[in-house]
Design a protein around this ligand. Structure first.
Ligand SMILES: Cc1cc2nc3c(=O)[nH]c(=O)nc-3n(C[C@H](O)[C@H](O)[C@H](O)COP(=O)(O)OP(=O)(O)OC[C@H]3O[C@@H](n4cnc5c(N)ncnc54)[C@H](O)[C@@H]3O)c2cc1C
Length: 395
């Protein structure tokens, strides 16, 4: 790994200042507080401002098509992370927009992409169903052709951001008799169609996601992405991106693994607890002078650094697992007042480790569970073969 500092030229320095000023103006304490209250991980005002400034399009496009240079892309990503821009809905939107660009009919691409860049169109992922999400291909939501329309019936669990989005990237079953990967078709379904009902769900860390019901929803054929029964091909790109199956960059100007944004909460909690235990108490003693506190804080910090440096899909596992492992230790060494949440008088570390503790389980579920990722590593990286789930045959 290359730890050399990157020299910024005058133009890039000016860009850094521009971005900092822009984000300071738009991502206010009020935005962050509202985001915590709603659990949305999205703020429409901020999103539209980012779109109007041209940053959404520059982030989405490669440099060769007018996007950010590598250095500016890195500056933009790190500055957004530093000020906690609500980010989840842009993440899903930009992934789906790539599938629309690759597989959408020209009139659909024209309808959607300009508004994605202005911020007026957002898109969410409709994969998981109430009966199970790890094996997406077992999808039961049906789409049946009726003339030049399709009729969709079914339900999707955990469609995060649906209530702030205009379209859902919806995987459906169009041929129940076919082998499962050949039975799927992908649609970009407008979320304002009759027959769609979005119900909110709050998770244990306060995030909002949704269950979405589809009852006789009629969708024009132009919203079909790719071929009928070719939905798995359309899904592959966004799924690979979510699974972190992207090449690492030798210039060091990108995260070594996916979910680095989420890992930022872990860094914040370690910092907050380290500051807390370094402050002298009423008796003049610092908690960190206790050997067991120093040891456990040191171990958490070492685990954090190791997780942040672990590349590719190994990093996805290592970050979420580390979050689960160290959050309880951090709360413990920060003391009983660490159970108080953010912005509560007397909270030990302003709720940083308490939030991490509630967030850690989810970070190892969405985008694929840690168990599934471990199996992917075993099968595809270590070449250990497909797991066999059937009970051993009786001899
Ligand atoms: C906060 C949050 C946001 C989400 N956002 C979205 C979203 O926007 N869109 C969307 O479509 N989905 C979303 N999801 C769903 C998420 O992708 C699924 O929860 C996840 O893929 C697991 O599916 P499941 O919950 O149905 O569990 P199941 O698939 O039912 O799994 C149950 C248990 O069995 C284990 N398991 C299953 N299969 C295997 C296997 N092959 N090997 C080993 N263990 C296995 C799992 O690890 C898990 O412990 C979100 C989930 C959460 C919690």
């Amino acid at each position: 790994m290359d730890f050399t500092l990157v020299d910024l030229d005058d133009d890039d320095r000016a860009f850094l200042t521009e971005v900092r000023d822009f984000l300071a103006e738009h991502v206010t304490d009020e935005v962050r507080r509202r985001d915590r209250d709603t659990g949305d991980n999205f703020d429409e005002g901020v999103h539209l401002a980012i779109g109007a400034a041209g940053y959404l399009e520059k982030e989405w496009r490669p440099e060769s098509e007018g996007g950010f240079t590598r250095v500016r892309r890195r500056i933009w990503e790190l500055e957004k992370r530093r000020v906690h821009v609500p980010w989840v809905t842009w993440g899903t939107t930009s992934m789906v927009a790539r599938a629309v660009a690759a597989f959408g009919k020209p009139e659909l691409v024209d309808e959607v992409l300009p508004k994605v860049f202005s911020g007026h169109v957002r898109m969410c992922l409709g994969y998981t169903e109430p009966e199970g999400g790890s094996d997406i291909a077992t999808c039961k939501t049906r789409a049946v052709r009726d003339g030049d329309q399709w009729v969709i019936n079914g339900s999707k669990m955990f469609t995060t951001g649906a209530h702030n989005c205009q379209y859902v990237f919806l995987i459906t079953n169009t041929d129940p008799g076919a082998r499962k990967h050949k039975s799927l078709s992908m649609f970009l379904v407008p979320l304002d169609l009759p027959g769609i009902e979005i119900q909110g769900i709050r998770t244990v860390d306060g995030d909002r996601t949704n269950i979405v019901y589809y009852s006789d929803v009629r969708v024009d054929d132009k919203y079909l992405l790719g071929e009928v029964n070719g939905g798995w091909t359309v899904l592959r790109g966004p799924l690979d991106a979510e699974h972190g199956a992207v090449a690492s960059a030798p210039d060091g100007l990108q995260d070594v693994t996916i979910m680095a944004h989420q890992a930022g909460f872990m860094s914040a909690a370690v910092d907050a607890v380290a500051a807390r235990v370094a402050r002298p108490g009423p008796d003049g003693r610092r908690p960190v002078d206790d050997g067991s506190v120093a040891y456990r804080l040191g171990r958490s910090t070492a685990r954090l650094e190791a997780a942040l440096s672990t590349p590719s899909i190994f990093g996805r596992v290592s970050q979420a697992q580390t979050m689960r492992d160290i959050s309880a230790d951090l709360m413990d060494i920060a003391g009983p007042a660490s159970v108080l949440p953010i912005e509560t008088d007397g909270a030990a570390d302003d709720g940083a480790s308490e939030y991490l503790y509630r967030f850690a389980p989810l970070a190892g579920i969405y985008g694929g569970t840690l168990e599934v990722f471990r199996n992917m590593i075993a099968q595809h990286v270590l070449g250990l073969g497909k797991p066999a789930y059937a009970a051993p045959a009786n001899k």
